[in-house]
Design a protein around this ligand. Structure first.
Ligand code: SF4
Length: 374
């Protein structure tokens, strides 16, 4: 059932730039999703999506009016900081079939373009191709990153766990097409499905396909399974298709509040993914060259330091960069105002200082470039 609702507000403003998506703002145009992925955490009670998930959708029918108001600098005492607006993710996919009728994603892009914000789209749908014209306009003025989420590239498995989603092969074709059009395109390989799409063979096939499609980055994550509606639904599908795996799932999902699996399991798949990313030379975070001309200097330094922190941790190293990133993200003034006294900032020692200065002068750092491109 499609229900039209009037939302009170639309944009979510992040307290700190989100280093996974390089976004400052996010939004959900719909609540609920016809893609109906078996593992979707939008089903979890904590998100309060009403009705039968996968069939019932709430459409924020006044989304355009809200976005127009919320982005318009003339209506603000303090204009919003410039930064990427993220469309997608959360409790719905902005390009699921219902958008063919309501076109909320297209209307949102027009407003984002009008106010000159960069955009990052995350979708599982090839239907995003409809808006290539607008996305190009945004890319030429600031930047437009287009990301696709996958649990793997095996179409038979996708049919079971992502019944309403275009096949992995179709998504890969759309990626190649968007790359030819000159867009930065990435993959969120998440969640991988335990013991199904996370094997060495499956992950290798996925990474090979992404490399061939020409992606700029692949961001990886394991599956969470919160007790209640999300887990019950997933287990129903699992029981029907892979009954032998139930015991193995019970061994890694033990009722963690956030639905997390065991650390041991996550560590195993993370290190497997990391070795394959190195083998195929695919960055595991969004490379700075994609956004360093667009975001403000504090956000840029924050994201680069956060990314370095993440990559070094994957290599099993301790790092000070996460602490430095947080400290920079909390500054009210531009970090360049501290050029000559960076080490007075919490978490900034001589090495971090050198990296920050390199970023301020060139938009990146040689050490970061070596880390991100392996
Ligand atoms: S596409 Fe995303 S929001 Fe939609 S059902 Fe799948 S995981 Fe959930």
């Amino acid at each position: 059932m499609i229900k039209e609702v009037k939302a009170k507000s639309l944009l979510r403003k992040y307290k700190k730039v989100d280093s996974w998506f390089v976004a400052r703002y996010g939004m959900n145009l719909y609540r609920g999703c016809l893609h109906n992925c078996a593992y979707c955490d939008g089903r979890a009670e904590g998100y309060y999506v009403e009705g039968e998930f996968g069939k019932d959708i709430e459409v924020k029918i006044n989304a355009s009016e809200l976005l127009q108001k919320e982005l318009d600098p003339k209506r603000k005492r303090v204009p919003l900081k410039k930064g990427f607006v993220m469309i997608g993710g959360g409790v719905g996919d902005s390009y699921c079939a219902v958008d063919q009728k309501f076109q909320l994603a297209r209307k949102a892009l027009k407003i984002v373009s009008e106010f000159n914000y960069p955009v990052h789209i995350l979708t599982k749908s090839t239907f995003v191709e409809r808006d290539i014209d607008l996305l190009k306009e945004i890319k030429d003025k600031s930047q437009a990153i287009i990301s696709f989420s996958f649990s793997g590239v095996d179409d038979e498995i996708c049919k079971i766990f992502e019944p309403g989603v275009p096949s992995a092969n179709e998504r890969l074709k759309t990626i190649s097409k968007l790359k030819k059009e000159g867009f930065p395109v990435g993959v969120f390989l998440m969640p991988v499905i335990p013991f199904i799409t996370d094997s060495r063979e499956q992950l290798e096939n996925s990474m090979k396909s992404f490399k061939e499609a020409g992606v700029d980055f692949v961001i990886f994550g394991g599956m969470t399974l919160k007790q209640g509606r999300q887990q019950d639904h997933f287990y129903e599908i699992l029981q029907k298709n892979y009954p032998d795996l139930i015991d193995r799932y019970n061994a890694i999902y033990k009722g963690d509040k956030w639905g997390g699996a065991s650390y041991k399991y996550y560590n195993t798949i993370n290190s497997l993914f990391f070795s394959l990313a190195r083998k195929y030379q695919i960055p595991i975070r969004i490379p700075a060259k994609i956004f360093n001309q667009v975001i403000n200097q504090n956000d840029l330094v924050t994201v680069i330091l956060d990314q370095m922190d993440y990559i070094l941790k994957q290599e099993g190293e301790k790092t000070p960069y996460g602490y430095g990133a947080y400290s920079i993200s909390q500054l009210k003034e531009p970090v360049s105002a501290f050029r000559n006294q960076l080490q007075t900032l919490k978490g900034v020692g001589p090495v971090t200082e050198k990296i920050i200065l390199e970023i301020l002068d060139s938009g990146t750092s040689p050490y970061y470039e070596r880390l991100i491109y392996g």
